[in-house]
Design a protein around this ligand. Structure first.
Ligand SMILES: [Zn+2]
Length: 204
């Protein structure tokens, strides 16, 4: 090859590499966007199911908080929703009650995604507990509010709590409790009090 051919070859190779790199990045981000759109569409379905269930309970005077409607109670031309919505990722919906939200079988498709409730062994709320999220490139700590509640998703809109993420909840005077995010939402955490150290003054 002469010098001009070499220069042309290097330029061509550079263009090919840059083009394929940007194509890769484009399709990769499109995949991410599509994935997020599917999650949001499932969440919208769950909200519809939640609203339909609430309307059904009100109209039929359901006072038992555990009453769950059936498909034939909610879906039909003259009922609350014309058709039962479908999860874009093929998850299955289970209907909720007055006390529980409807669910998709895919754990990240949840109206309660990222919700963590912390109580002690006597069911008292535990506020100011540290909720540490670790795994999948994330490591941050949130604190529970006065209701013993924290949402650990608020660091991103990508529902980026990957499988294998662990959540460790702790507070001074309590034993740490570690949970996996794989089991679905919300996470209900029970913190047990650490046994008080034996102190001589307690012996009378
Ligand atoms: Zn779903």
């Amino acid at each position: 090859m002469n010098r001009a051919a070499k220069v042309a070859f290097v330029a061509l190779a550079t263009v090919i590499i840059l083009t394929s790199l940007s194509a890769f990045l484009f399709f990769w981000s499109m995949g991410e966007v599509r994935g997020l759109a599917a999650v949001q569409s499932c969440i919208a379905n769950l909200k519809e199911l939640d609203g339909a269930t609430a309307a059904w309970a009100l109209e039929h005077g359901k006072t038992n908080r555990d009453d769950i409607p059936t498909d034939s109670d909610l879906f039909g031309m003259t009922l609350y929703l014309r058709d039962k919505p479908r999860c874009p990722h093929g998850g299955h919906y289970s209907l909720g009650s007055c006390s529980a939200r409807p669910r998709c079988s895919i754990p990240s498709h949840s109206l309660e995604f990222g919700d963590v409730y912390v109580r002690d062994e006597h069911s008292n709320v535990v506020s100011e507990a540290a909720v540490r999220v670790k795994g999948g490139g994330r490591d941050y700590t949130m604190r529970t509010d006065a209701r013993g509640f924290a949402n650990i998703e608020c660091r991103g809109i990508d529902r980026g709590l990957k499988p294998g993420t662990t959540v460790t909840v702790g507070k001074h005077g309590f034993l740490d409790s570690q949970l996996s995010t794989a089991k679905g939402w919300p996470l209900n955490v029970i913190l047990r009090r650490a046994r008080a150290p034996e102190s001589p003054s307690a012996q009378h």
